[in-house]
Design a protein. Structure first.
Length: 292
């Protein structure tokens, strides 16, 4: 009987997993048309690509990151792709007041909020833990506490709109890896907080969905900098806001490029990851495929 259980239980788990993830979904891009969305960490990488997808679907977008020049270019591209509106706020998520300011700016400029996409991350080193408690504290402020601050600030609007919170996390927040001690600690904190909050929402019948996206390795420029031990660019001390007018009618989404180039392959992998995040925003934790 014991041997039978050892075979049946894993088999049943595989069957349930296959059914769960292959079930027909009712997501349609039109569902995000006109939705008011904040995307953090949107000057490059996953955040930038999410902003472009939302723009193609006609959302109102407020993006934020540290580098103003990059944000300006992303906003311009969003308007070209058909965003209902696009604007940015530049600043650092080390400052909890700035994190709350971004949400207040969304309330003032968009009149509310339907989706909060938390994607920003502080840079850390790849190597043995050096005992620097100050670095761990700083990384917790950026990678975890600012997420909490923005969520708390946005909840009244999200409850009113019955909206969604999307948290972009990492496999390093599920499994401990060597050489990523500070970073991994912040990602475990995200999992604990948002998974617990989701359970409380269920008990209290709060109709705000929380999606925790567990990503594998993404070969972005920021990741390569981390691998080399760089600490990233300097931070602009003052937040700035750029309101933008309504764009021309939405154009058709550009097809994915077809090429054997490694750079194009990485872009396609990132595209697939981003689409998965937006498509699967629901009351689940999502493991999205490894991309390198």
């Amino acid at each position: 009987m014991g041997r039978l259980q050892k075979v049946l239980i894993p088999f049943l788990g595989l069957v349930l997993a296959f059914w769960f993830y292959s079930a027909r979904e009712n997501f349609k891009p039109e569902m995000l048309k006109g939705k008011r969305v904040i995307v953090t960490g949107a000057s490059t990488g996953i955040g930038e690509q999410m902003a472009y997808h939302l723009a193609r679907m006609g959302s109102h977008i407020l993006i934020t990151a540290r580098t103003e020049a990059k944000l300006q270019k992303v906003v311009e591209r969003c308007l070209e792709l058909g965003a209902a509106s696009a604007r940015y706020v530049s600043g650092t998520m080390e400052d909890m007041a700035f994190a709350e300011h971004v949400v207040k700016e969304a309330e003032a400029s968009l009149g509310g909020l339907d989706m909060l996409i938390l994607n920003h991350v502080g840079t850390s080193y790849f190597g043995y833990f050096d005992g620097d408690v100050g670095h761990v504290r700083k990384l917790l402020e950026i990678n975890f506490l600012s997420y909490v601050a923005m969520t708390v600030s946005a909840l009244p609007m999200l409850k009113e709109s019955e909206g969604s919170i999307v948290v972009v996390s990492s496999m390093a927040g599920k499994v401990g890896f060597p050489f990523t001690v500070p970073y991994s600690a912040t990602k475990f904190a995200l999992d604990g907080f948002f998974s617990s909050l989701r359970q409380e929402f269920s008990i209290q019948s709060v109709n705000v969905s929380i999606t925790l996206c567990i990503l594998g390795f993404i070969d972005t420029g920021k990741r390569r900098l981390c691998d080399r031990g760089h600490q990233g660019p300097s931070i602009h001390p003052h937040p700035r806001v750029l309101p933008c007018p309504l764009p021309p009618p939405a154009s058709s989404p550009s097809p994915l490029p077809s090429s054997s180039s490694p750079a194009i392959a990485r872009a396609c992998a990132t595209h697939a990851q981003v689409w998965g995040i937006l498509r699967k925003s629901s009351l689940r934790t999502h493991f999205l495929p490894h991309a390198a």
